[in-house]
Design a protein around this ligand. Sequence first.
Ligand code: ZN
Length: 205
Amino acid sequence: MGSVGISYTFEGTVEQLRADFLAKCDQDAWEKGHGPYSGSMGTAGSLTVQEHKRFTDVQTAEEYVDGLGRWKNDYVAVRLSLPAKPYRVARAAEFEKLQRAVQSLGIEIYQEPKRVLAAVKAAKTAKRGCGTCTGVVPVKYLRSLDCPICGTAMFCVSNTERKRLDSLNAKLVATRERLDRSEREFNDAARDRIESWYVSGRASS
Ligand SMILES: [Zn+2]
């Protein structure tokens, strides 16, 4: 009569861990019989999940569980902090990429009107007419792209430039929406509480 160590790792929630443990016991009992010395999980008594115990590698987890005074056939599970799941890592990378995209679009949208204004001032045309108030404005006094008389936005901007600015703004709105969606997905991934577990016990043989 001796005993045999049985251990394995499992990925999932606590509920899944417990369900999987029972399934393994059932399967061993079915395949190897209920005999008290079957050396399998078929005779497993209980599974104690020490949710507060967390280890960074299997070996340390094993040493800890082995050091516990346990009855044969009583199993213990502890948490393993293994590297983050690929899905979570991918979501985080996507989120960061979109964050950078929103940031650079924001900078571009902030700088673009200044660039256009500088171009308007550098152009040969010394005065620009406003289509709204019909006022004529000397460009060298312009401080922004708005008409200083009536406030019409981008009064001196060509349709091509206007379209460029509009498309930049549309791109920013779309990227912000994608960022929001990505943030939700990232949070969901972080919340799924899928963890790695180390389970260990001894069976009589
Ligand atoms: Zn005007």
